[in-house]
Design a protein around this ligand. Sequence first.
Ligand SMILES: [Zn+2]
Ligand SMILES: [Zn+2]
Length: 308
Amino acid sequence: MEIPKILNATGFSNATKIVTEYLTPSFLRTERPLLQIIWDLRLGYEPYLASPLFPVFLSVIFYFALCLPFMLFDIFCKKQVWYRKYKIQIDKEVTKEHIYDTLNLTFWNHVLFVMPGAVAQWIWTPVTPLPDEAPSMFEFCWHQLAALVVFDLQYYVWHMSHHKIRFLYKHIHAVHHRYSSPFVWVTQYLHPWELVTVGFLTTTNTWFFNSHPLTVWSYMLVSIIVSVEAHIGFDFPFLLHNLDPTGNIGGSPKHDMHHQKPLTNYQPFFNHWDKMFGSYCPPMSGGGIKSQALLDYEKRAKQCKKNI
Ligand SMILES: [Zn+2]
Ligand SMILES: [Zn+2]
């Protein structure tokens, strides 16, 4: 007896193909992987994208574009209900003088250190041709995650030593702590040495994995997003740390607490090392709300001071 065509293997496969084709949006109807489609957008722009100047311009432009909306929130939205609900340190006002001061230092750091560094790189680094193939999705994701985990540990050590060693704190890291209530431009309100060393660590991390340029550029943007988010001073419900059920992602409330209590929460992205070595402090939520964990922490800290 002949099997009806729709029930045999070829017929079933054809039917699946037709259904999949029908349900897939037209812009995704392709045989090529998604990253290859993105990578192919470079065609025609290779001389610019292969230049050592490109990653610097990309990160500088992205940084300023990402910070701009949060600056506007702090200037124009102070009286809005949502502003008061999600601002962490609601009692500390962000003034125009604060914005001018932080932007001024950021500008001069870029003119005197970032741009000359980029030009030196442009002169001395040979132009490396871009590969034809995009990375696989697996490689793209794990290289970025690994680079973030490595940077998180490097910065934890750098950060803790710049708090514990008095000379390093007084002459370098104290600049960043001028503001105990972070707002977006505090992200790069840094002593030049901090800007250069931390920038060097971020840039070189993907070298360990010999990452594809697309992965490197994406990692740079992700690092900027995470460091800006740490300083926005808001605890919006859609931020990654609020979607993480494990509670291991740092985010704005934990770094905000670091600016309030500088000997706590040294890690930039996660908090496992802080928890392991006793420097973790529970964060304050939007609207200045203290959790029970934070109240208990403060009670214990007071008790310890009394006993000393
Ligand atoms: Zn900070
Ligand atoms: Zn610090």
